[in-house]
Design a protein around this ligand. Structure first.
Ligand code: FES
Ligand SMILES: [Fe+2]
Length: 384
């Protein structure tokens, strides 16, 4: 793991801010209307735009390492089948048969040579082409080349699988989209990591509330007073807004060890937590020696699903390593739950009328950047 140019910039900036006894602040507070969290119309628009027309992280490349490996994904409301062809290409399809629409693959994951529909056994290749059907005489004259599986845009970048859950009407440049985060994500080498844990939690809160829990550190020493607080300098964050993505770096108390050291001797990762927001609802949360990948997906008004993968640099080989990562996993589940309990509590109070808007403070830069990017996408000003 090397230290990047941007990592050095973050460290310099943290020291400067500490010297001035301040932290990253935006010029203004921002008021976000509460209706954004309660309106059925709003959430439907968000699903239609943010969760259809932008790429979401749906997995790790190890889940489809070999030709024929597949997994299905339904949380977005779109039935998705992700697989790898014989020639090694990653593909995502609508998990829907082209005969009369049956769900093609019911297993959550597995290995297949072809996909055969459970209804009348129309069979598709890994490349999505319609290969055959029983009693084909009854379909004479039908152009089979038009009845392949419907393909969705899918990419493997930085060891992760990204899928856009709709058929686009234009060419998409994923590399340009992720370019501002590329140096950092490349440096993480997530492709060689191991999926140590993978879990999914339905929550009774707007997806926005869940998202916001990962966009500021102002709450750390309050909501996480006995867990995460001690691990970080209180309310001392550096944010880089790459509209729409945001890098949020949180220094740990041990950063003092770098003070006065020549820059060539600096290291970054042992001294920071980095929460990378990748628009619209993905996070790459970088800990000292492992990484969490989250995707937050709305499932209705005031409900969402939190999906998470814990990636470790390798499969734990010793009892000691296994214990170490298990302990970290157990702790993060507690910390995340502290956020979720608060989020579900907020949701319950939303209709009370106590607030017509939420006040995003000058410290809560990630909230302001994130909301601005979401608004831009919903108003058609931001597109991939
Ligand atoms: S619906 Fe799939 S084969 Fe008939
Ligand atoms: Fe939190």
């Amino acid at each position: 793991m090397t230290i990047t140019t941007e990592d050095r910039k973050v460290i310099r900036e943290v020291f400067e801010l500490m010297e001035k006894k301040t932290t990253h602040m935006l010029p203004e507070v921002m008021v976000n209307p509460v209706t954004k969290y309660t309106s059925a119309e709003q959430v439907q628009k968000e699903i239609d735009v943010l969760f259809r027309k932008f790429p979401l992280i749906l997995g790790h490349i190890s889940q489809v390492a070999e030709p024929g490996d597949f997994f299905t994904h339904d949380t977005t409301g779109v039935p998705i089948l992700v697989t790898r062809t014989q020639s090694g290409e990653l593909k995502a399809y609508l998990n829907v048969c082209r005969h009369r629409g049956a769900r093609l693959q019911n297993e959550p994951c597995g290995k297949a040579r072809t996909f055969s529909c459970p209804y009348h056994s129309w069979t598709y290749g890994l490349d999505g082409k319609l290969r055959g059907m029983p009693h084909p005489a009854g379909f004479e004259g039908v152009d089979r080349s038009q009845l392949g599986l419907v393909e969705l845009p899918a990419w493997e970048r930085f060891g992760l699988i990204w899928v856009m859950p709709s058929v686009p009407d234009h060419e998409i440049d994923i590399d340009a989209w992720l370019a501002p985060m590329a140096e950092q994500l490349t440096n993480l080498d997530l492709g060689s990591h191991f999926v140590f844990r993978k879990w999914e939690l339905p929550k009774n809160m707007s997806w926005r509330l869940l998202l916001e829990g990962f966009q500021e550190s102002y709450h750390f020493c309050h909501a996480h007073s006995t867990t995460a607080c001690a691990g970080y300098l209180d309310n001392q964050s550096v944010h880089y807004n790459y509209g729409p993505h945001v890098r949020h770096s949180l220094p740990q108390p041990n950063i003092e060890a770098l003070r006065g050291k020549p820059e060539e001797e600096w290291d970054y990762r042992p001294y920071f937590l980095t929460q990378n927001y990748l628009f619209p609802a993905n996070f790459v949360q970088v800990q000292n020696d492992h990484v969490y990948i989250h995707t937050v997906i709305p499932t209705g008004t005031g409900t969402c699903v939190f999906q998470c993968m814990m990636l470790t640099p390798e499969e734990p080989k010793s009892e000691k390593a296994l214990k170490y990562y298990t302990k970290n996993y157990d702790l993060i589940r507690i910390v995340f739950e502290e956020d979720f309990v608060i989020g579900e509590g907020i949701q319950k109070g939303l209709n009370s009328g106590a607030n017509t808007g939420f006040t995003f403070g000058k410290y809560e830069c990630g909230l302001q950047f994130g909301q601005n990017a979401i608004d831009a996408a919903l108003e058609g000003r931001l597109k991939i």
